[in-house]
Design a protein around this ligand. Structure first.
Ligand code: DQA
Length: 141
């Protein structure tokens, strides 16, 4: 199975960014964790990160016919982006949503997620491990 893992804005700042919320490990460490988890689970994985909504829409569209699953942490776009929701609906690729922090236990505005409307599953508050759990979904799919 080919899985595309998409990370949204500011996740490239992991380790520097609000370590009390997101931890002290770098984005590079997250990418390594995702790659090694995928290998252990027997999944083929590609990683993409962008700070730009339109680029995320483009990469979702280009996944059509190529990837069997998407794991996405849309970051701040979770709470604002109809465009990302529509792109995921358009390609109809099974999608699992991940958040490092527990978005239900933070500010009110983080509780709403557009992507949750289409996600097969939403995993939040587990840090890096959430990505592994998201990948595991595709081993049972
Ligand atoms: C996040 C949660 C979002 O609310 C926030 O905007 C992020 C990261 C998380 O992984 O916990 O950038 O998606």
């Amino acid at each position: 199975m080919k899985i595309l893992v998409i990370n949204g804005p500011n996740l490239n700042m992991l380790g520097i960014r609000e370590p009390d919320i997101y931890g002290s490990q770098s984005f590079k460490a997250l990418e390594e964790y995702v790659r090694s988890s995928a290998k252990e689970l027997g999944l083929s994985v590609s990683l993409f990160q962008s700070n730009h909504e339109g680029e995320i829409v483009d990469v979702i569209q280009s996944a059509y016919g190529i990837y069997d699953g998407i794991v996405i942490n849309p970051a701040a776009y979770t709470h604002t982006s109809v465009a990302i929701l529509d792109a995921l609906k358009a390609v109809a690729i099974p999608t699992v949503e991940v958040h490092l922090s527990d978005i239900n236990e933070r500010e009110e505005f983080r509780k709403f997620s557009y992507v949750s409307m289409i996600a097969k599953k939403t995993i939040c508050g587990l840090g890096f491990e959430g990505y592994r759990k998201a990948l595991e979904y595709f081993t049972f799919a």
